[in-house]
Design a protein around this ligand. Structure first.
Ligand code: MRU
Length: 364
């Protein structure tokens, strides 16, 4: 997608001049929207830190990052022992998004039978393939989501503006390119539909306010940032035509695990008869589990994310300020689960499926 009219992906490999070793470039998402900075990742350990600190984030992107993490690991030492140890460390770096585990298992299947230089080369090739496939999956999600939006937009009571509410960031920054929840929005905007996005700020890390808004602005999509508590009210006022969110893991029964706060939006959407969709590429579906509520591990992040907020200070520097009393405690669950009964449909690269029909999307 475009940043200042230049085409970018969120992650890409490059060679280090001199010693012939490859490195990986990422867009550092902890600095956005104030600073657009490319970070260079040179080792497995640096990639693990980038995933844990959310320099790279979003379920599909951390899958791609883990794949490149293994390529960097094999470049360091292409032994079986290092492969297994690197895979285990990457899987543990963030527990909820299933794409990470999916990408690591795929890399292990590809690399385990190989040795030496063949293993190293295959690691770089397979990681690049995972990235290219992610782009294609998201483009397909965009087209299926566009059909949904077109249908809803052409209703007799059509408004001049089609209002979509989204939570967190499931745009191109959360993937290799195009995004999941935002892919249909970009497709609709490009097709000339007058789409407007209500962007939930998404405390505590503000991925909506910082990242989704930045992406939409770069692409020229009309949007308004709202506080996390405003969505239900807007739905009651008839100001939301559709909710589209991404997901970090979807159970085989269609339960949607996504950024904390998604469940509350789904409840409000259900109460106001607003269609609620999750846009997910197939690697986000965990066919092994049925009950998302009991079977998905919810990542617990550091309380400082609740206690502090980051922003641009008057002197132009990015700073953190404490917003709660020093004596107060915090907890910080990063995700919640929206039960399938609240989900209108799941948009995958194969089409749009009611949660109870999700199995028809399976093509492996
Ligand atoms: O903690 P994050 O920012 O990695 O979580 C990502 C999300 O929850 C996104 O909202 C998204 O829906 C899943 S990634 C397409």
């Amino acid at each position: 997608m475009l940043v200042k009219f230049q085409q970018y992906r969120t992650i890409w490999p490059n060679s280090l001049p001199g010693n012939g070793l490859a490195t990986v470039s990422i867009i550092d998402q902890t600095k956005l929207p104030h600073i657009f900075e490319i970070a260079r990742i040179e080792s497995l350990q640096q990639m693990i830190v980038a995933i844990k600190t959310m320099q790279v984030r979003g379920a599909p992107l951390i899958g791609a990052a883990a794949a490149y993490g293994l390529a960097l690991a094999m470049q360091e030492e292409a032994s079986d022992q290092h492969l297994q140890a690197a895979a285990a460390q990457l899987i543990q770096s963030r527990p909820t998004a299933v794409n990470l585990n999916w990408a690591v298992q795929r890399m292990l299947n590809r690399l385990s039978p190989l040795t030496g230089l063949n293993r190293i080369q295959a690691a770089w090739t397979e990681a690049a393939r995972i990235c290219d496939e992610d782009v294609l999956l998201n483009q397909a999600i965009g087209q299926h989501g566009l059909s949904l939006i077109e249908k809803a937009y052409q209703q007799p009571d059509q408004k001049k503006q089609f209002n979509i509410l989204t939570h967190c960031n499931a745009g191109w920054l959360a993937t290799v390119d195009f995004g999941t929840a935002l892919a249909p929005i970009y497709a609709a905007h490009n097709a000339g539909i007058n789409v407007h996005v209500w962007v939930d700020e998404t405390r505590p890390r503000n991925q909506g306010a910082s990242l989704t808004s930045w992406e939409l602005a770069q692409h020229g999509v009309a949007h308004t940032i709202i506080s996390d508590n405003a969505g239900g009210h807007l739905m009651q006022q008839g100001l939301v035509d559709m909710v589209i969110v991404g997901a970090d893991r979807v159970s085989s029964a269609g339960d949607v695990c996504n950024k904390i706060g998604t469940y509350l939006k789904a409840l409000a959407a259900f109460d106001n008869q607003v269609p609620f969709y999750a846009a997910v590429p197939s690697p986000t579906i965990d066919w092994v589990i049925v009950d998302g509520l009991t079977e998905i591990e919810i990542e617990q992040r550091h309380g400082d994310e609740v206690a502090y907020m980051q922003g641009l200070a008057a002197d132009g520097s990015v700073q953190k300020v404490r917003v709660i009393p020093i004596e107060s405690k915090t907890i910080n669950p990063a995700f919640d689960v929206t039960p399938a009964r609240l989900v209108t449909g799941i948009i995958t690269e194969q089409g749009v499926f009611a949660p109870h029909q999700l199995a028809f999307s399976r093509h492996d």
